[in-house]
Design a protein around this ligand. Structure first.
Ligand code: INI
Length: 154
């Protein structure tokens, strides 16, 4: 039988950092609520969740890097919402933040999870922040639980 490894979803005793962007906070506050709800329901203590607010998605990776490197957390969850406007600004912010978070997820010793919405409209963002299409913050937290556990096994 080949050996299989996988992460479990038990958050007991684990500590999580959530970096969340204030830009489009109507949506990002809901992502944060979803992430915290998921962590608490999986056994994480409220006092073991630390939230760091940043101005916008562009600032998320720099703060996530410091939190991930500090050795205090089992995973770092990045939450934000980039909403397309009339200029190419969206592409720069969405592209840079996703690339930088992807790079961190490869470099850091703990999982760095991507929970950023990239949407054409506010309505799409709200749908993905708990209205019609689930809550991406909740899903990002679930991924963080599984990956934190998997890293322990590895
Ligand atoms: N930041 C976001 O998080 N979402 C956006 O939609 C957004 N737009 O569209 O401009 C945005 N811009 C701010 C950016 O993240 C930085 O905070 C800013 O450029 C200062 O570095």
């Amino acid at each position: 039988m080949p050996k299989e490894i996988q992460g479990m979803l038990d958050g007991k005793g684990k500590r999580f950092a959530v970096v969340v962007s204030r830009f489009n906070d109507l949506a990002t506050r809901r992502l944060l609520d979803g992430a915290c709800d998921c962590l608490l329901r999986h056994g994480v203590k409220e006092s073991d969740i630390t939230t760091a607010w940043v101005p916008g998605c562009f600032e998320i990776p720099a703060v996530a890097r410091r939190l991930a490197a500090g050795g205090r957390f089992d995973a770092v969850i990045c939450l934000g919402a980039v909403i397309r406007g009339e200029t190419p600004h969206f592409d720069y912010i969405a592209g840079q933040s996703s690339k930088a978070i992807g790079q961190l997820s490869l470099e850091m010793k703990v999982p760095v999870i991507y929970g950023i919405l990239t949407c054409d409209t506010v309505e799409q963002a709200m749908d993905r922040a708990g209205a019609k299409s689930g809550n991406r913050g909740w899903q990002a937290a679930l991924t963080a639980l599984e990956m934190a556990s998997l890293y322990q096994v590895i």
